[in-house]
Design a protein around this ligand. Structure first.
Ligand SMILES: [Zn+2]
Length: 553
């Protein structure tokens, strides 16, 4: 670690000397003056307003979110950013909520003529159906490891097993030998669902790893089971996004319940856990049938993305857009019989929105050659819905979006020494990010937590899926104060405060670090929006090959 960081520091110092990031549209002085408009006091005021109890945790579709959306629009207006939604600042996203009737949730094992019913919440959770009022499916269970088919890595959990008409049981994540963002891709539940369905699977049982249990115990996690509706965005034909009608039942089970399901199977759950951890394929039919059944209720709501624009100054480039995003929504109020039920989301993601607002202030004062969009996104916490909606229904021509820079939960729990840009290694965005980090005195570090699959877990991935090079910025694990262990504080936040009511203004916040980070975030946009060359995926890059638009599209 230490050696690595020293190398990174040396490299970043070199790039300070090598690069003078000056957009051609304005003088060095103008850019510097624009950056100086970003102040610590205003950053803090944004976070305080958005994370206040009065916003009630900004849940998509709720009044607290609308309040926050209104705040963002007013801030944009005051800065001289112009509206770029369909309805002024807003682009409404129609949402379908679907909620399971907990009483109806059924999970029965059928083995050797004997039926064993598991208990909802104690043993399993179950997904509601976004379209059907009820579902029932009975089928044999096939264990498929991580459910990953990665032929370019010589790895397939589906080799030698037939899952047609079966329920697949699988772990989250992907085998460790597949590295970095590719692992994140194979770990994404959408990719896994598509793979399993293409092979005829009709149901899913999600298994819990030891690591997941360590991170958050089932005992703790089960308190929130079935408390909140799930959501999908709905297209003009009324179809919910990300819906697979082939899936007739889907449940998650505790480790204890998994031991029961694997019971008399050719492979024990212990062996399955060991194999999955070792990245070995151990897929097998479990010789047990399972019935999954549930009833769902549905409702509709609408929640807007808030979109502002600063028009570019170069007639040749002004019809191309750099898109800044940060999700504005959070979890709302979740009543789990605790004193504080408001999920304020100060870090997740009031902080990200605050940084984006201040970046917008700089661009409004000193526009770049390309146009820049600033989008406060809705319904990220419901599954990247606001960004997926925008990426599929953009307010500007899809092919004119050149890059996405996303912020989600930037933590300033200690004086931050480094900056991480998830996904930068895949495209030419790497250069601008590295230069911007160095210009603000940050070390530029690689992904410190590849096992968390961050690159596919926030809004930038919606853009990646549309072929747009993207980065997701966070402060790294290195503390400028050597007596503070940054990684320890990060992991503590993830374990004890992430998605909890305690993610509020009582958390430590190093505002000076936030300010410098906001400046670096802004510089990245200036670099990209000021460069006549459009960002490109790296030659032969995994994501570029998968998603890039053909030229001229
Ligand atoms: Zn979140």
């Amino acid at each position: 670690m230490t050696i690595f960081y020293r190398t990174a520091l040396a490299l970043s110092l070199l790039s300070v000397v090598a690069c003078t990031p000056t957009p051609e549209h304005s003088t060095v002085d103008e850019t510097a003056a624009a950056l100086d408009l970003i102040t610590l006091e205003v950053l803090e005021a944004h976070v305080r307003y958005l994370a206040d109890d009065a916003r009630e945790g900004r849940e998509a579709g709720e009044p607290g979110y609308d309040d926050a959306a209104n705040y963002v629009a007013e801030q944009f207006a005051a800065m001289g950013v112009v509206p770029a939604g369909s309805d002024g600042w807003y682009k409404p996203v129609e949402l379908r909520s679907y909620m399971i009737d907990g009483e109806s949730a059924t999970f029965i094992l059928h083995r050797d003529g004997q039926d064993t019913a598991l208990t909802y919440r104690d043993d399993f959770s179950m997904s509601a159906d976004a379209v059907r009022e009820s579902t029932t499916v009975r089928a044999e269970v096939v264990y498929v490891g991580h459910g990953v088919h990665a032929p370019t890595h010589g790895y397939s959990d589906y080799e030698g097993v037939d899952v047609s008409g079966k329920i697949v049981a699988l772990f989250r994540g992907a085998p460790e030998q597949i590295e970095g963002s590719e692992r994140a891709y194979y770990a994404s539940s959408r990719v896994k669902t598509e793979e399993a369905i293409s092979r005829g699977a009709i149901g899913f049982i999600s298994l819990r790893s030891r690591k997941a249990e360590e991170r958050r115990s089932w005992e703790d996690a089960k308190k929130s089971i079935g408390k909140k509706a799930r959501m999908a965005w709905v297209n003009d034909e009324g179809q919910p996004s990300g819906y697979f009608s082939e899936v007739q039942g889907s449940a998650s089970i505790s480790i204890a319940a998994a031991e029961t399901v694997f019971g008399l199977s050719p492979i024990s759950f212990e062996q399955a856990l060991d194999a999955a951890e070792a990245g070995e394929v151990a897929s097998a039919a479990l010789g047990v049938d399972v019935t999954l059944a549930q009833r769902s209720t549905h409702s509709s709501s609408s929640s807007p993305n808030v979109i502002g624009m600063v028009r570019g100054t170069d007639p040749d480039l002004a019809d191309e857009y750099v898109v800044y995003t940060a999700h504005l929504d959070h979890l709302g109020v979740i009543d789990v019989d605790e004193e504080d039920s408001i999920h304020n989301g100060a870090y997740d993601n009031a902080m990200g929105v605050a940084l984006m607002l201040e970046t917008a202030r700089a661009f409004a004062a000193a526009p770049a050659r390309r146009s820049v969009l600033f989008i406060a996104l809705t319904a990220e916490e419901k599954g990247l819905l606001g960004s997926d909606y925008f990426a599929n229904n953009p307010t500007v021509p899809a092919a004119s979006i050149v890059a996405n820079i996303n912020l989600d939960m930037p933590l300033f729990l200690y004086p931050v020494a480094d900056l991480v840009a998830f996904g930068s290694q895949h495209s030419s965005l790497h250069g601008p990010v590295e230069a911007a980090a160095a210009a603000e005195g940050f070390i530029f570090s690689p992904d410190p937590i590849p096992e968390e699959n961050i690159f596919v877990r926030s809004d930038q991935f919606s853009f990646v899926r549309q072929g747009v090079p993207a980065v997701f910025l966070i402060p790294g694990f290195t503390s400028a104060d050597e007596s503070i262990d940054g990684e320890k504080l990060f992991r503590d936040h993830l374990k004890n405060h992430y998605h909890e009511p305690s993610d509020d203004m009582s958390r430590p916040i190093y505002w000076e670090s936030a300010l410098r980070f906001a400046r670096a975030h802004t510089r990245i946009g200036y670099e990209i929006a000021g460069d006549a060359k459009r960002p490109v995926w790296n030659e032969g890059d995994f994501f570029g090959e998968k998603y890039a638009r053909p030229a001229g599209d």
